[in-house]
Write a protein that binds this ligand. Structure first.
Ligand SMILES: [Zn+2]
Length: 308
């Protein structure tokens, strides 16, 4: 089924394969929206694979929605949650990256809603977006249904590296980072309340996924430096529980320790596969409470390719 080896490894790293067969439909749940600061709400993913953490930032002029889930039904559920906490007519949407569970809910929002996207993420959408929708949809008939008719919403505005949005009484900064998890990784920082939506660049006890051919360790590490400088009080990864700035340093420690071990084994003449298999075991034991250890394999393989 998977003709392209790199793509299948990347896919394994994104799909929660173990939980897949019996998992509930990955649709964002209604009635779970929690206020986490004066202007920010979170619909938690409850660690369901292919459901993102959804952010809603409500100003007195406009509202920003971050990652409205996968497919029309998720987007509609998020829209109903947005209407419970905001009466603003002006609605913006931003996605942390192009993968279907972060983007394909965008189309549920009315035509007046404005999607803001970085140029790099738009390139990801154009080159890989529908391919990933097809791969996700092929996994089960439930996912085929959920992704039926999915398309990518066209951005109303494209930015290069940084865009600040004034929602009225609260300002939000969007930062194009990466390539890390993807080429168009985008983080969202709520100024004043110091809340960071870090996408897949920093998550809580979930191994990082090198999920695209463009994923790079070097730019992942500089992205973490940028996130650290924001001094966030709360950090919300695209998946899993929210935490604080310790999530950023935990990712840095994991990535640099893994890099150093890859370098040692590469120097000893080990092949990419031997290196990845050895380090998958080693780091699974080092991080017993982190999920998705298969991702270590793809990370080690990508790092092996990248370092001298
Ligand atoms: Zn992703």
């Amino acid at each position: 089924m998977f003709a392209h080896p790199a793509l299948s490894v990347a896919l394994l790293c994104v799909l929660n394969t173990a939980a897949f067969a019996q998992a509930p439909a990955p649709i964002v749940k209604e009635g779970k929206t929690a206020k986490i600061s004066p202007h920010v709400y979170l619909i938690p993913d409850e660690k369901v694979g292919m459901v993102p953490n959804v952010g809603i930032v409500v100003g007195n002029r406009a509202t920003l929605v971050i990652d409205p889930g996968m497919g029309l039904k998720s987007g509609q559920a998020v829209l109903r949650e947005v209407e419970k906490v905001s009466k603003n007519k002006t609605v913006y949407i931003v996605n942390t990256h192009f993968h279907p569970e972060h983007t394909t809910g965008d189309i549920a929002f009315p035509p007046s809603a404005k999607l803001i996207r970085s140029r790099a993420q738009q390139q990801d959408v154009e080159e890989m977006g529908m391919k990933w929708v097809a791969i996700f949809a092929a996994r089960s008939s439930a996912l085929t249904d959920q992704l039926q008719g999915s398309t990518f919403r066209a951005p109303a505005e494209i930015f290069e590296n940084e865009k600040t949005l004034d929602l009225g009484g609260v300002r939000v900064k969007m930062l194009r980072l990466g390539p890390g998890h993807t080429r168009g990784d985008t983080a969202v920082f709520v100024e004043g309340e110091n809340i960071l939506f870090s996408g897949d660049l920093a998550m809580n006890k979930l191994f990082p996924a090198f999920a695209t051919p463009q994923s790079r360790l070097s730019s992942w590490l500089t992205s973490l430096d940028t996130l650290d400088k924001l001094r966030p009080a709360q950090v919300i990864g695209a998946h899993y529980d929210k935490g604080d700035a310790a999530m950023i340093s935990a990712y840095r420690t994991f990535l640099t320790t893994l890099r150093d071990r890859v370098a040692e084994l590469k120097k000893q003449g080990k092949s990419p596969d031997e290196t990845a298999i050895t380090l998958r075991e080693e780091f699974r034991n080092k991080y017993p409470d982190w999920d998705q250890p298969l991702r270590i394999h793809a990370a080690a393989t990508a790092i092996y390719r990248e370092i001298p």
